[in-house]
Design a protein around this ligand. Structure first.
Ligand code: SF4
Length: 159
């Protein structure tokens, strides 16, 4: 099982709390106007990596405390991403996932992957609702969902 990965950052402070690795998954079909990562929309680009390759790449930096899956659309590669998220969770990393899907739309492998995260940032980027004042969101329709506390009712994550 392989994933298409555009890039892995090893030292981000803008994609969730603390010093984090960010895995940018290649491929996204949402087509948001004003997309901030248009190069990541094609499902053909990027590099093929196994879940183990991703984990091995991340553990190289002993300073990071969290891992963020972004894109692109991580949920479109949910099945292959589950083993990586599971292994990283087992190692004690704080996990965030960005997705253009709504929490309520996540089912099957997508729901399984979401359950491994601490926080899911959901919803499309909406250009008319772009914000610079809300941390970790591109537009104010997006929600920071506290996965452990959310089920049918959504509980927003608080720092
Ligand atoms: S979900 Fe993100 S990567 Fe996909 S089109 Fe929208 S802004 Fe771009």
């Amino acid at each position: 099982m392989t994933l298409r990965v555009a890039q892995i950052l090893h030292d981000s402070i803008t994609d969730g709390p603390g010093l984090r690795a960010v895995v940018f998954l290649q491929g996204c079909g949402h087509g948001c106007a004003g997309c901030h990562n248009p190069d990541l929309q094609s499902f053909r680009g990027g590099t093929e990596m196994s879940p183990e390759d991703i984990v091995n790449e991340i553990v190289r930096n002993p300073l990071i405390s969290g891992v963020t899956f972004s894109g692109g659309e991580p949920m479109d590669q949910a099945e292959a991403l589950i083993p990586a998220a599971f292994a990283l969770k087992e190692k004690g990393y704080n996990i965030w996932i960005y997705t253009g899907y709504l929490w309520e739309e996540l089912d099957g492998a997508r729901r399984e992957l979401a359950a491994l995260a601490d926080v899911v940032v959901d919803g499309l980027f909406v250009l008319e609702r772009r914000t610079w004042s809300l941390p970790w969101r591109g537009s104010d329709n997006q929600r920071l969902i506290d996965v452990k506390k959310s089920g049918k009712d959504i509980v927003e994550w608080e720092p």
